[in-house]
Design a protein. Sequence first.
Length: 232
Amino acid sequence: MQTRPLIEALTDVRARIASAAGRGNRDPNAVTLVTVTKGHPPSAIEAALEAGLRDLGENRLGELQERVKQFPSGDIRWHMVGRLQRRKAPAVRGVAHLLHSLDSLKLAERLERTADPGEPPVRALIQVNVTGERAKTGFAPEELDEDMERLLELGTLRLEGLMTMAPFTEDEGVLRRTFRTLRQLNDSLRARFPEYLGEELSMGMSNDFEIAVEEGSTMVRIGTALLGERPE
Ligand SMILES: *Cc1c(COP(=O)(O)O)cnc(C)c1O
């Protein structure tokens, strides 16, 4: 439920991004705010659009497809941030501006196989399971070097960077290490693979985005801190 007007929450979140950027010696404008609207009614999206937000995120493909139908405006950039089932993967084309959750070689290969000739590449971030949590999907950091060679052969993917979800904890040290590891991993991939773009680091959610911004995030994915708790 919306607990306070979005405009107020947005002002607060933007101020916190700006101070975190300052602490990390970074330009706050280098951080894209993705508003995660999953589970919220269409009125929340209307409010977000009214507040000038244009980067919106969903974590389920079906919901994303619904949203795109409901809000067909070409100036909304829809981000797919949740797990994409291989079977349904091809449908992400044409609805998502950016796939944040490319989490396996099999998914990447499925996207490659199902591409029609001449189709624009799928813009994607490689999801990394930095802390190796069993409940999370994503590439293992120690295997990414090898997997990257294969990923870069897939001409229908445009790999723009990395994404991670930090463990659910309030331990700042753990959060900081997770985000820092992702950034370092990205730096080393960029150094090793000149053809890898690697400009984006999608990291940081409502409970940890300030640390993520201090550590180099270029995209924060925020739901609750902007829109309130998701309705049951
Ligand atoms: C739900 C979700 C978010 C936003 O979570 P909040 O804690 O509400 O900010 C970010 N990223 C992913 C992948 C999500 O599923």
